[in-house]
Design a protein around this ligand. Structure first.
Ligand code: HEM
Length: 170
């Protein structure tokens, strides 16, 4: 039983990393694709670019984000990452999710108000994605102890709840 759980660690890590490459790569590509939106171009070309950005967002980037979060959530319990660097990572993942939602919002506006809405300069959404992405990668690869951060007791003491299965210890 325990062996089976441990085997899922490399599998879910591969899924996690593959999904987040697609997620982060897509989030960087979306603003660049958006910068090609120009209502002044031929209607057919405009429609094609709009469709491409819409399909990339809904069929690739968003499902990849959901997959990365699901696989990452499984890894939390399998790897027991209840440590400060991981909580810091989650805070920056939240920023990445905001950037994801913002890019989706820009896409919708560009689609619904083609003549009136001008997307923000590419640099802004790219920066909004790059900052949390680089910080998350640094945290996850360096795994700093961050032991100067003082947590309240309710965050560091067991609350007495039990998982419905055994968790392998490191
Ligand atoms: C809610 C979202 C996420 C959750 C719950 C999550 C959770 C996790 C967990 C628990 C691990 C295993 C850590 C270990 O084995 O010590 C992991 C590994 C990893 N995560 Fe995430 N993660 C999330 C999002 C991200 C994002 C957005 C990135 C990059 C931009 C990322 C990059 C990585 C990398 C590179 C690893 C492999 C690190 C290693 O094995 O040393 N994760 N993640």
């Amino acid at each position: 039983m325990l062996d089976w759980f441990i085997l899922t660690i490399p599998i879910f890590k591969v899924i996690h990393i593959a999904a987040l490459v697609m997620w982060c790569g897509g989030l960087l590509a979306m603003p660049l694709m958006l910068s090609r939106h120009d209502p002044a171009m031929l209607e057919e070309d405009y429609r094609l670019i709009r469709q491409a950005t819409h399909l990339t967002y809904t069929l690739c980037v968003t499902p990849a984000a959901v997959t990365a979060v699901i696989a990452g959530t499984w890894l939390i319990f399998m790897r027991g990452t209840f440590v400060p660097w991981f909580f810091a990572k989650l805070a920056f993942v939240a920023l990445l999710v905001f950037a994801h939602a913002w890019i989706g919002h820009i896409l919708t506006q560009v689609a619904e108000e083609p003549g009136d809405h001008k997307p923000p300069h590419t640099l802004f959404p790219v920066t909004a994605v790059l900052i949390p992405m680089v910080v998350v990668l640094t945290l996850v690869l360096a795994k700093p102890t961050l032991d100067w951060i003082v947590f309240p007791n309710w965050l560091i003491e067991p609350r007495g709840g039990q998982l419905p299965f055994d968790v392998p210890s490191r």
